[in-house]
Write a protein that binds this ligand. Structure first.
Ligand SMILES: Cc1cc2ncn([C@H]3O[C@H](COP(=O)(O)O)[C@@H](O)[C@H]3O)c2cc1C
Ligand SMILES: O=C(O)c1cccnc1
Length: 367
C-alpha cells in the first residue's frame, strides 16, 4: 500500500501555478498585495493541477495518538496516562482542538496508533493500535521497520477514508506525551541540525529536564547509529540525501507511531491530490519523513502555523514551507492548523470570487 501510494503522487503542475499568478495579477487589487496568501493559493493550484484550485473545504482533522518509551527517561513532567486521558477528552469534545475545530466547522477523528492502554469503542475513534507505546529510543530502535510501515499504512487509510467521506483538506493533529523528544530526534537526523538547536521545552520543562532531554536526543542518535548535527550526513539533505530505506530506518529508530502515521497521512493526502494542512513540530517531523520518501508530497502540504518549538522552525526552513500564522502556540493536537484553515480558504476564495480589472471596469495603474 505504501508503494502504491508513493506511485500515485504527482508533483505540482507548473502551468497551473503560472495561470494562478497571472489571474492574481488581473484581480482588483495591487499586484502582490495579498502577500503570502497569493503564494499559498498558487501552491494549491499547482497541487490540484487546476486554476483556480478547489476550495479546501470541507476539512477534516485527524488526531493521531500514541505513547513513547522514552517517557521513562524523564523528558517531560507529565505522566504518560495523560495521553489516554486526552484521547477521552477529545472524544468527549473537551479539548482545545475541539473548541478550535468547532470554530472552524471541522469534524474531529481520533486515531489510536499506539496508546499504552486499551480504549473503549467510540464513533469518532479509529482503532489502529500498532503497539502499547514505542520502546525507549535512547536505548535502541523505538519500533521495527515493519511497525513503522504498518503505522504509515494506518495513516494512509485514514486519509483515504476521510477523502472518500468528502474531505477536501486534511488537517494533521497529534497527541502523545513525550512526542516532542522523538520529534527533535527526527528533525536532527533529517535536517542535519545539532540536537541542541532543535530540542525544545515541549509542554514546558525546567532547565535541568531540558539538559537531560538534549542529552537523550543525542544518545538516541548515537545508540541507533544515526547522523545528526552533521550537515553532510545521510538524510541531512532530506529527499535527495536519504534513500527510502534509510528514511524508514530513521523513522523506526527514533520516531513515534503517531509520527509514522502522520507521514502516511501526508502521503495519502498527496496521492489523493487533497491539500494537507500541517500543524506543529510533530507534523513538521513527519513531513520531513514524507519528503524523504517522495519530495513531491510536499507540493500538497501547507504549513498551518509555526509553533514555539525551535525544531519546528528548523523543519519548516528545511522543507521550504512558509507558515500561515504564528501565534506562539506550543500545544499540538492540530490547534495551529485549525486556526489557519479559514486563512487558507480565504486565499483560495479570492481566486474564485474577486473581479478582474476588466470585468469590474476598474482602471489599472499606467504601465
Ligand atoms: C494536558 C495536555 C494536553 C496536550 N495536548 C497536546 N499536548 C502536546 O504535548 C505533548 C508533547 O509534549 P512533551 O514532549 O513535552 O510531553 C503531546 O502530547 C502534544 O500533543 C498536550 C500536553 C498536555 C500535558
Ligand atoms: O509544536 C507543537 O505542536 C507542540 C509543542 C509542544 C508540545 N506539543 C506540541
Amino acid at each position: 500500500m505504501l508503494a502504491d501510494t508513493l506511485a500515485a503522487i504527482r508533483a505540482a503542475d507548473p502551468a497551473a501555478i503560472a495561470e494562478a499568478r497571472a489571474l492574481q495579477d488581473r484581480l482588483t487589487k495591487p499586484r502582490g498585495s495579498l502577500g503570502v496568501l497569493e503564494d499559498v493559493a498558487a501552491r494549491l493550484a499547482g497541487a490540484a493541477g487546476a486554476c483556480p484550485p478547489p476550495l479546501p473545504t470541507p476539512a477534516a482533522l485527524a488526531i493521531f495518538a500514541a505513547d513513547h518509551g522514552v517517557h521513562a527517561a524523564g523528558v517531560t513532567p507529565w505522566p504518560q496516562e495523560v495521553t489516554v486521558q486526552m484521547v477521552a477528552n477529545f472524544l468527549a469534545g473537551g479539548a482545545v482542538a475541539n473548541a478550535f475545530a468547532a470554530q472552524a466547522g471541522v469534524p474531529v477523528t481520533v486515531v489510536d496508533v499506539g496508546v499504552a492502554a486499551d480504549l473503549p469503542d467510540a464513533p469518532a475513534l479509529v482503532k489502529r493500535k500498532i503497539g502499547y507505546g514505542t520502546a525507549d529510543l535512547s536505548r535502541g530502535p523505538a519500533m521495527t521497520v515493519d511497525q513503522a510501515v504498518r503505522a504509515m499504512e494506518a495513516g494512509i487509510e485514514v486519509a483515504r477514508d476521510l477523502v472518500a467521506g468528502g474531505a477536501r483538506c486534511l488537517i494533521t493533529g497529534d497527541m502523545g506525551i513525550a512526542n516532542t523528544t522523538a520529534s527533535a530526534a527526527l528533525i536532527s537526523v533529517f535536517t542535519g541540525a545539532d540536537p541542541a538547536e532543535v530540542t525544545g521545552r515541549g509542554t514546558g520543562i525546567d532547565d535541568e529536564t531540558y539538559e537531560r532531554k538534549v542529552g537523550i536526543v543525542r544518545e538516541a542518535l548515537r545508540v541507533n547509529g544515526l547522523p545528526g548535527g552533521t550537515s553532510g550526513a545521510p538524510g541531512a539533505s532530506g529527499a535527495s540525501g536519504a534513500s527510502a530505506s534509510e528514511a524508514l530506518r530513521a523513522l523506526a529508530a527514533v520516531g513515534g507511531f503517531e509520527h509514522a502515521a502522520l507521514a502516511g497521512f501526508i502521503l495519502g493526502g498527496a496521492a489523493a491530490r487533497v491539500p494537507v494542512l500541517l500543524d506543529g513540530v510533530i507534523a513538521g517531523a513527519a513531513a520531513l519523513v514524507a519528503a524523504a520518501l517522495d519530495p513531491s508530497a510536499l507540493d500538497h502540504c501547507v504549513a498551518g502555523h509555526r509553533s514555539a518549538e525551535p525544531g519546528h522552525a528548523a523543519a519548516l526552513a528545511h522543507l521550504g514551507l512558509h507558515p500561515l500564522v504564528d501565534l506562539e502556540l506550543r500545544l499540538g493536537e492540530g490547534t495551529g492548523a485549525l486556526l489557519a484553515h479559514p486563512v487558507l480558504c480565504a486565499a483560495v476564495r479570492v481566486m474564485h470570487e474577486v473581479a478582474t480589472f476588466d470585468s469590474a471596469g476598474v482602471t489599472e495603474k499606467p504601465v
